[in-house]
Structures are given as structure tokens and as C-alpha cells.
Design a protein around this ligand. Structure first.
Ligand code: HEM
Ligand code: HEM
Ligand code: HEM
Length: 496
């Protein structure tokens, strides 16, 4: 038996979390199973996961891969390991280009026509395949008549799948999906949603010896398929890209684990592919944190704690509020552009999941918030009364600003989750650090909110008192009195 062990450190982790009963299912392109908990992400840890820190991952690719390569070297021939190390360096260089190959996962194999080749593609998913060459033929010459037998063995009860691809992407690939209790069927995949994953028509269901069952804690799918079928992705005698995925449960929906694997059926060599554009998405996340985790919260605090800023610098809070939010706005445009461009580059659907949808809403709302900030109705000059329009604007600006802040806080958390999911890295350390930061920011904002409320109450009390006092006087006097009181009551007011 030819056994190809894909021995990435990334394959060992298996984090299991649940969301009030609902497990959020996210793919792990490295092959690691990652079950995520939307409500308790920070608290969970991968059981037995030795994967790297989220933000160290890009830089560590070469190191990790080199380490893995030397492990592989012990198992495989020495020259195969040398080749793997060289490729590992290339893989690191390629980290931001097309799907990089985690070369260290390569192990020299043998002809998959002789016996089953085996790939432990994740800690809980074993993929086996063997090409059946009719007597008197060779793998190279048997295009129309050869078949390939697959076995997927998953430790758990869930739908399992094997896919056939030309580029490693789910969209545009064909798959065989086995749902325990049903017969495995061939599917087309036209989008990353339930609607896009549909069985082929009955006349195209040509699998033989197909079964899928849950026994002894494992879901085992078996089927035999022709290598080449009209209108479908060919399985070649040489290089192929296979996909694999498993769900969280037998109900077909977004997967818990997934990745693509380069497989050469003649040599038996196999390499797990790493999802591309890691650096671009990291840059998107870092810009998002600087804008919405740092600049906007401080910009709002400058307004809230304006009374604590140096009194001799008039309007300082406003200048800081405007400058910090201005920078955050520029970063939001940049991070949004990166997200849309790379989503398009990856041929994924736009704005199809909560992080993506909230991101779009935030972009629009930020645009409006800044626009309304710039073209605001001005605060009353000294001696003037605040207009209804200004009062309404202040209320709306505050409300929308606080909503945006809350959305930003959530969005950063969900972004880190997506990133971990997409690249199969352990984000729990970063999430924990983020929670600590968030706690600090939130505490300051709550205190700031109380400050703000007191300032507003004092200002309106001052107005009422001065109006009452000024009752017998002329309207002009009343206004002047109000302005004087107001500036006394809230010396920090400095409305702009
Ligand atoms: C209804 C079922 C499915 C849903 C809703 C779904 C959804 C998704 C989503 C949202 C992504 C993007 C993750 C990211 O941003 O990186 C993705 C990626 C992926 N999916 Fe699926 N998927 C389904 C079924 C399958 C099946 C049956 C396979 C076949 C083995 C598969 C293989 C993959 C692979 C290899 C990727 C990573 C490459 C890529 O981004 O295109 N998926 N899927
Ligand atoms: C991302 C963009 C922005 C957000 C999230 C935001 C958010 C906020 C929040 C939450 C407050 C209320 C703070 C408090 O209670 O004291 C506030 C106040 C204020 N903001 Fe902004 N703001 C943004 C942009 C701007 C811009 C671009 C301007 C003007 C150029 C501006 C002008 C003001 C003014 C004048 C106030 C004081 C209103 C008052 O006294 O009630 N803001 N902002
Ligand atoms: C708070 C501000 C954020 C905003 C406004 C935002 C916005 C977006 C948008 C609009 C998209 C989808 C673009 C499209 O569908 O065309 C997206 C995708 C994504 N974001 Fe963010 N994001 C934010 C924070 C983050 C953070 C902190 C990370 C962490 C690294 C992150 C990681 C990702 C990833 C990995 C995707 C791609 C998901 C996929 O493969 O489909 N985001 N973001």
C-alpha cells in the first residue's frame, strides 16, 4: 500500500466550538479542521493544535515549511526532502500570489495504479484513491476506459466530498458529495453558497460502487468514477488538483474542513495547497484594526472627554476628532478597495456572508457620516441659540457614530475569524488580545458617554436657567444670558 502522509503542522489542530448550539462551519484550507463558535471564539483552543500565531503565519511560512520538510525527509528519500525545502522557500515567496504549495507536505509516493494512495488531508479526514487500469493498458493510454476508486474516511458524522478542479477553487469545480443515508452523487459548484452546489442531472450520474455510511464513529464514502467524462473536469494520468471537504453535520452546507491538494497519480506525490493572497487579507485586517480599533475610538473619546483637554487650545478636541476620523476614513476606503479587489480576484461572490455585508454597510455609513460631518449645520455663535437642525444633527451624528463604532468592533472580531478560517491558522491568541483591547476601549467609552451626557445636561440646564432668569428681559438679552450660562456650565463645550 502506498501511504502518503501529509504532515503539515497545520493539519494537526482541531478546534471545536459551538454557537448556542449552532456550529459555524468554516473551511480550513490547510486541511485542519476548525469548528468555530461565533459567541465564544476567544475562549476556545484547538485541541492538539500546534499551528502558528495568526499574524506570525505569513513570515513563518518558510520556517515552518522548512521544518516540515525535514520531517518529511526522515520519512522519504533524502533528495526528495532537499527538493521540498527548496520548494518551501518558493512557497513563502509566493505567499501573496497564486495558491502557494505547502511543499513541505510533499512526500514521495508510488504509483497509484498499484495500490491505494493515502492522504491524511486533515486530522480527521483520510483520502484514498486508486486508478483502475484495464489489463493490457497503461495509465497513459487508457483515458476513456480507466476509472478511479475513491474512499473518504472522516472521523465523525457529516457530509463528505471529493472535488476535481483545474485551479484549486471551489467555484467552477466538480465534486462528488456523500451525505450519510443517501447515495453519493456528482455535483457542480457554481458559487460558494448552498444554491451554487447542485447535483448534476440524472443522465450524468455515472458513479459505480457508490456508497456512504456512518459506522463506528466514521463517515465512509466510496465510489468509482471514470477519469474523463464529457463536460466535466478531467482526471489526468499525471498532475491533478483534488479538493476535499467535510461538513459539520450530514446536512449539506458550508464546510468545517476543506482544502485543495496537488496529486500526481503516476508518482503518487501529493502536496497540500495554501490559499492565496494571505498578505493582502492581512493588510486589509491591519488597516481595519488601525481605523476601527484605534483611530475612531480615540476620535470619539476626544469629543467625549473634551473637558479634560487643555483649555487654552480652543477646539482641540474637534481638530483631533476630525483628523483621526479623516485618517480612519481614508483607511476604510483603502481596506474596502482591497477587500473588493481581492474578492473579485479570487472569483468569489461579493457581500455574501455577514462580515462582507456588514463591511459594505459600514463603508456606506462611514461615507455618509463623514459627509454629514463636513457639511454640518454649525454650532451657535456665542449669543445665538442652537437651531433645531443642529440639535437633530448632533443627535443623528452621535447615534450613527456609536452604531458605527459597535459595528467596527464586531467587524474586526468577525474578520479575524474569517482570516483564521480561510487560512486554517489558530486565531485564538489574537482574538484574546483583541478582547482585552476591546474591554479597555469599551470601558473608556462608557465613562466618556457619561461625561458627554453630563455635559449635554449641564448645557441645557444652563440654557433653561438663564432663560428663566431673563424672562422679563428682551429676547436679545435672553440669548446673551443663555450663551454666558452655557459657557459657564460646560466650559468645555466649544461647539464647532
Ligand atoms: C453547500 C455547500 C458549500 C458551501 C456553502 C461552501 C462555501 C464555501 C465558501 C464560503 C468558501 C470561501 C471560503 C474563503 O473565503 O476562503 C469556500 C471555499 C472552498 N470550498 Fe466550499 N462550500 C460548499 C461545498 C464545497 C464542496 C462540496 C467542496 C468540495 C470538495 C468545497 C471545497 C472548497 C474549497 C477547496 C474551498 C477553498 C478554495 C476556494 O476558496 O475556492 N466546498 N466554500
Ligand atoms: C468615521 C467618522 C465619524 C464618527 C464615527 C464620528 C462619531 C462621533 C461621535 C460618536 C460623536 C459624539 C461624541 C460625544 O458624545 O461627545 C461625535 C461628535 C462630533 N463629531 Fe463626529 N464622527 C465622525 C466624523 C466626523 C467628522 C468628519 C466631523 C466634522 C468634520 C465630525 C464632527 C463632530 C462634531 C462637531 C461633534 C460634536 C457634536 C456634539 O457636540 O454633540 N465628526 N462624532
Ligand atoms: C472593521 C473593518 C472591516 C471592514 C469594513 C471590512 C470589510 C470587508 C468587506 C467589505 C469584505 C468583502 C468584500 C467583498 O465581498 O467584495 C471583507 C472580506 C474579508 N475581510 Fe474584512 N473588513 C474589516 C475587518 C477585517 C479584519 C480585522 C480582518 C482580519 C484579517 C478581515 C478579514 C477579511 C477576510 C479574510 C475577508 C475575505 C473573506 C472571503 O474570503 O470571502 N476583515 N471585509
Amino acid at each position: 500500500m502506498t501511504s502518503i502522509s501529509i504532515s503539515s503542522t497545520l493539519l494537526n489542530g482541531a478546534a471545536t466550538e459551538s454557537v448556542g448550539g449552532d456550529e459555524m462551519i468554516m473551511p480550513s484550507s490547510s486541511g485542519r479542521s476548525v469548528k468555530r463558535n461565533l459567541s465564544d471564539w476567544g475562549g476556545s483552543s484547538g485541541s492538539g493544535s500546534d499551528s502558528g500565531n495568526l499574524f506570525e503565519d505569513v513570515d513563518e511560512t518558510a520556517e515552518e515549511a522548512a521544518e516540515e520538510a525535514s520531517d518529511a525527509a526522515e520519512e522519504a528519500a533524502e533528495d526528495a526532502a532537499e527538493e521540498a525545502e527548496e520548494e518551501a522557500e518558493e512557497a513563502a515567496d509566493e505567499a501573496d500570489g497564486e495558491a502557494a504549495v505547502s511543499a513541505a507536505n510533499t512526500a514521495a509516493g508510488e504509483d497509484c495504479t498499484l495500490d491505494y494512495c493515502e492522504n491524511q488531508v486533515s486530522s480527521d479526514y483520510l483520502l484514498r484513491y486508486k486508478v483502475n487500469v484495464p489489463d493490457g493498458m497503461t495509465l497513459e493510454s487508457c483515458d476513456e476506459t480507466c476509472t478511479i476508486s475513491f474512499e473518504s474516511i472522516y472521523d465523525g458524522e457529516a457530509w463528505v466530498s471529493v472535488g476535481f478542479s483545474t485551479d484549486g477553487r471551489m467555484i467552477g469545480s466538480d465534486a462528488v458529495i456523500g451525505i450519510p443515508g443517501d447515495v453519493p452523487l456528482k455535483y457542480t459548484m457554481t458559487s460558494e453558497s448552498n444554491d451554487g452546489v447542485q447535483p448534476m442531472s440524472d443522465d450524468l450520474q455515472t458513479l459505480t460502487d457508490a456508497s456512504v455510511e456512518f459506522t463506528n464513529g466514521q463517515t465512509i464514502m466510496k465510489f468509482t468514477k471514470l477519469l474523463k467524462e464529457p463536460g466535466e473536469i478531467d482526471i489526468n494520468s499525471g498532475d491533478n488538483i483534488f479538493l476535499w471537504a467535510n461538513g459539520y453535520s450530514p446536512t449539506l452546507g458550508i464546510h468545517e474542513g476543506f482544502s485543495s491538494v496537488n496529486v500526481n497519480l503516476a508518482s503518487g506525490a501529493a502536496e497540500v495547497r495554501t490559499a492565496p493572497n494571505m498578505t493582502a487579507w492581512l493588510a486589509h485586517g491591519i488597516m481595519a484594526f488601525i481605523a476601527w480599533g484605534l483611530l475612531v475610538p480615540f476620535a470619539v473619546k476626544f469629543s467625549m472627554f473634551r473637558g479634560l483637554l487643555p483649555k487654552n487650545k480652543e477646539g482641540l478636541w474637534f481638530k483631533l476628532h476630525r483628523a483621526f476620523n479623516g485618517m480612519a476614513f481614508s483607511l476604510t476606503i483603502a481596506l474596502f478597495a482591497v477587500a473588493v479587489a481581492y474578492t473579485a480576484k479570487e472569483k468569489s461572490d461579493h457581500f455574501d456572508y455577514p462580515h462582507q455585508m456588514v463591511g459594505l454597510s459600514m463603508f456606506i455609513m462611514t461615507f455618509l457620516q463623514v459627509l454629514a460631518g463636513v457639511f454640518r449645520p454649525h454650532a451657535p455663535e456665542s449669543g445665538e441659540k442652537k437651531t433645531m437642525l443642529r440639535t437633530a444633527w448632533e443627535f443623528g451624528h452621535r447615534l450613527k457614530g456609536m452604531a458605527l463604532l459597535a459595528m467596527g468592533f464586531w467587524q474586526i472580531w468577525s474578520g479575524i475569524k474569517w482570516y483564521s478560517y480561510k487560512y486554517g491558522v489558530d486565531g485564538s491568541g489574537v482574538i484574546l488580545a483583541y478582547w482585552v483591547w476591546l474591554g479597555l476601549m469599551a470601558a473608556l467609552l462608557v465613562v466618556g458617554f457619561v461625561f458627554s451626557m453630563l455635559r449635554i445636561r449641564n448645557a441645557s440646564k444652563a440654557t433653561t436657567t438663564s432663560e428663566a432668569k431673563a424672562e422679563p428681559e428682551t429676547a436679545q438679552n435672553t440669548l446673551r444670558g443663555s450663551a454666558i450660562e452655557s459657557s459657564h456650565a460646560g466650559g468645555e463645550e466649544e461647539q464647532t
